[in-house]
Design a protein around this ligand. Structure first.
Ligand SMILES: Cc1ncc(COP(=O)(O)O)c(C=O)c1O
Length: 391
């Protein structure tokens, strides 16, 4: 198909729920993407946080090929060796937990919301945070404390109270007799790379213990090595009761995960929650390959080292260009806050074949693959410098 024909089919047949960028990608490898005209792009926002180990990692490809030729799917009413293997591997990286597998971040958060309500035994309140993003389904949307995503879809699911981020006294004030849980991203991704302070995270843990609330940490974007640890909570030394993950866990295939601390593992029993496709053999093999690749290729170490290097390059740009107000983030989850709207910078970069993202209007989101190289960072920093020189 020619590019114009593809655009035509979209125009004619695909619901326009996404703002589209007029590019058609046909091949990917590591941090590189090839478009339909065979032009190569450097991807510093791979898959919106999905391709943490780069595009088409060979280990993921061979795991999927191998599993597809044996057994593509069995439902969760049977035992599935791939899910058992994935759970075993995951257990090296989380607190002692039992897992529930589903297909997306929103679905994982829906599971957490249901678990919180069941745990609450009538207490149904969940405290969330301004500028949070937890997904687009009705429960996750209610948890997403941003009016722009909720507008037109009301009434929202009851029970969510949104309070300012990093403000423990606001949480304390909001926690009433009906509250069952607190839910947060330790680094708000869509909300503009807002980093929770260590004091805030520790105080939240203490408050949840004192008031018998579940602490739910949404690691859909921060998880799977993004911040230099397998999960971001490990940077804080604060253990969640419930963790949700998705995006990068499947290496490009859809998966969602809810990890529940052992002492709450009986809250949801047989028949109370389900997901037909969740944890099927192919996706579990893909996820297993992702986790093993991160370990064997020392990608957490690389994320820390390259994250520090990239941060230094961005700090240097901040010194040079007053349009940059702030550089923040952890590992390879970095944000550049501008004094102006960021769309122009994103477009300029795209013209120079560097893919980045802008969120919250003025925050450039830079999240390269964990196996990004120094050379690729140098190239990206050069293009970014050209962009800032123009604004
Ligand atoms: C922190 C966070 N939670 C949940 C979601 C929703 O995930 P999904 O799009 O897989 O439903 C996202 C997606 O960007 C996210 O960043």
């Amino acid at each position: 198909m020619k590019k114009e024909e593809i655009f035509g089919e979209y125009e004619e047949h695909i619901l326009s729920t996404y703002r589209k960028i007029p590019l058609v990608f046909v091949k990917g490898k590591g941090s590189r993407l090839w478009d339909i005209h065979n032009r190569v792009f450097l991807d510093f926002f791979p898959g919106w946080g999905v391709n943490n180990i780069g595009h088409c990692h060979p280990k993921v490809m061979s795991a999927v090929r191998d599993q597809i030729s044996r057994l593509i799917f069995v439902p969760n009413s049977y035992y599935n060796v791939c899910q058992a293997q994935l759970a075993g591997e995951l257990s090296f990286y989380t607190f002692p937990a039992s897992y529930f597998f589903c297909n997306s971040g929103a679905e994982a958060n829906e599971a957490a919301i249901k678990l919180a309500r069941k745990f609450g035994k009538g207490r149904y309140g969940i405290i969330t945070f301004e500028n949070a993003f937890h997904g687009r389904t009705m429960g996750a949307l209610a948890a997403t404390g941003q009016e722009k995503y909720q507008r037109g879809f009301g009434p929202m699911l009851e029970g969510f109270t949104s309070v300012p981020f990093n403000d423990i006294s606001a949480v304390e004030k909001a926690a009433g007799p009906e509250t069952a849980a607190v839910m947060l991203e330790l680094i708000q991704g869509e909300g503009g790379i807002n980093v929770a302070t260590k004091e805030f995270a520790a105080s939240l843990r203490e408050l949840c213990d004192r008031k018998k609330l579940l602490l739910i940490v949404d690691e859909v974007q921060t998880g799977i090595g993004r911040t230099g640890k397998m999960f971001c909570y490990q940077n804080y030394g604060v253990m969640p009761d419930v963790l949700t993950a998705a995006k990068a866990l499947g290496g490009g295939l859809p998966i969602g995960l809810m990890a529940v601390r052992k002492e709450f593992a009986d809250v949801l029993g047989p028949g109370m929650h389900a997901s037909t496709f969740g944890g099927g053999p192919v996706i579990c093999k893909a996820a297993l390959a992702v986790l093993r690749a991160i370990r064997r290729e020392k990608l957490l170490e690389n994320a820390v080292e390259m994250g520090e290097y990239l941060k230094q390059r961005l700090y240097a740009l901040k010194e040079k260009y007053p349009v940059i107000k702030d550089v923040r983030g952890m590992g390879l989850m970095l944000g550049i806050e501008l004094a102006v709207a960021g769309d122009g910078v994103v477009e300029y970069c795209r013209e120079k074949r560097l893919l980045i993202n802008c969120t919250h209007e003025r925050v450039l989101r830079i999240m390269p693959a964990l196996n990004v190289t120094r050379g690729q960072i140098n190239k990206a920093a050069g293009i970014l410098s050209g962009a800032f020189a123009r604004v």
